[in-house]
Ligand binder design. Structure first.
Ligand SMILES: Cc1ncc(COP(=O)(O)O)c(C=O)c1O
Length: 394
């Protein structure tokens, strides 16, 4: 008997679960899945405990706790000069993942197209597919002699926009490449959205993990973009509590409606006590956010040094918590094969970049290493990577 509906039948298991299971089975150090192996601020955890004890244990408002919505608006103004109405513009969701899913479900009809920069976080294509719409990928290309960072071909992006384009998803800082979209790039995307009457859906979960001289600019704050942008973020990465799954979407009422319409029947409301705690987190002093960026920059440098010492040459990372390195020299048939071998035989799990492509045949052979780990774990990974025998460059 056929059990699975068409909209889910073709979906592969997420690469993260697969490699985390492989890492657990083989005892590998897991630099695959991007979750911190440490807790976030103590006062935020205490705020959650307090909320549980204070009886904030029944359904929250569907749009989100008023306290959290106000904190989201204040935080947007404080860090991004983004004016947000906490009552009209905000929907609190079960992580950024739900916000993205709701937005895509709420905006796309069958026949519509969504532009995704490839490689892309895997949930986007799954959500576009479940909405019955089509992915139009635009390639990000690795740094080269002419480009210091990952880049895209402006003509390719131009050509991807057309009469069916409803949405362009912009993830900056970017998973998996660590790219932070520049002002010029965002302005070009904004101009195309305006010319083609498309909505920009931004995924800014790494908004506080940006390494100078890179700076994060919020697309919604560019001229003419407030009315056509849905900004998504969450507390997972900024506060190192990825398991809490408190996220949000910000957008003007007509776009917010797209998210809210889906949200009311996807989860309706999100864990009430954790919303109160994330409100406390968003109001932490500037020093917390500054310190977070500095701590991650130090972890990035630590892993970067270890990968280089092992003979890998990661590209520079401007944001988020990943380092990517080209691995074709090792002679495996694919980056997937390389990462499985690295996990099982070297004892360090990394994620193959091809898993983030709609067209894996166009993917370079690249491994993504997450550095959201304690020094002890990063050092153990360095020790194991020391066993790598790197073939000489051809
Ligand atoms: C780019 C990106 N978007 C969204 C998410 C998921 O965020 P959340 O845990 O808030 O659903 C992740 C998690 O790794 C991510 O890397």
């Amino acid at each position: 008997m056929r059990r699975l509906a068409a909209r889910v039948r073709g979906l592969p298991p997420t690469i993260f679960s697969e490699f985390s299971a492989l890492a657990a089975r083989t005892g590998a150090v897991n630099l695959g899945q991007g979750f911190p192996d440490f807790d976030g601020p103590e006062e935020v955890r205490e705020a959650a405990v307090r909320a549980l004890r204070d009886g904030i244990n029944q359904y929250a408002q569907g749009a989100g706790s008023p306290t959290l919505r106000r904190a989201i608006a204040e935080h947007a103004e404080r860090f991004h000069h983004h004016r947000v109405d906490p009552d009209a513009d905000v929907t609190v969701t079960a992580g950024a993942t739900e916000a993205l899913f709701d937005a895509l479900l709420g905006l796309l009809d069958p026949g519509d197209e969504a532009i995704l920069f490839e490689p892309f976080y895997d949930s986007y294509a799954a959500a576009v597919g479940m909405a019955g719409a089509t992915v139009r990928p635009v390639r990000l290309r690795p740094p080269d002699a002419a480009h210091a960072a990952w880049w895209y071909d402006a003509a390719e992006l131009d050509g991807a926009f057309g009469p069916r384009t409803r949405v362009v998803v912009v993830n900056s800082p970017h998973n998996p490449t660590g790219k932070v979209f520049s002002r010029l790039e965002l302005e070009a995307i904004a101009a195309l959205c305006q010319r083609h009457d498309a909505v920009a859906l931004t995924d800014e979960v790494y908004e506080h993990l940006v390494y100078p001289p890179a700076t994060h600019l919020r697309l919604a704050t560019l001229p003419g973009m407030a009315e056509r942008t849905l900004t998504v973020s969450s507390g997972g990465k900024s506060f190192s509590y990825t398991g809490w799954k408190v996220g949000w979407a910000i957008g003007p009422p007509p776009l917010r409606a797209a998210v809210a319409q889906a949200h009311q029947y996807v989860t309706f409301a999100v864990a009430a006590p954790l919303q109160e705690a994330i409100a406390v987190a968003l109001r932490l002093p500037d020093a917390y956010f500054h310190g977070l960026g500095q701590a991650y920059a130090a972890r990035r440098d630590r892993l970067d040094g270890s990968l280089r010492a092992a003979g890998l040459q990661p590209w520079p990372t401007e944001g988020a918590y990943f380092l990517c390195a080209e691995v074709s020299r090792f002679g495996h048939p694919s980056d997937d094969a390389f990462c499985r071998w690295l996990t099982a035989e070297v004892g360090v799990a990394a994620i193959p970049l091809s898993a983030f492509y709609a067209r894996p045949d166009l993917a370079p052979q690249v491994a993504r290493f997450a550095f959201c780990k304690t020094d002890r774990v990063l050092d153990e990974a360095a020790h194991r990577l020391g066993r790598l025998v790197v073939p000489a460059a051809p």
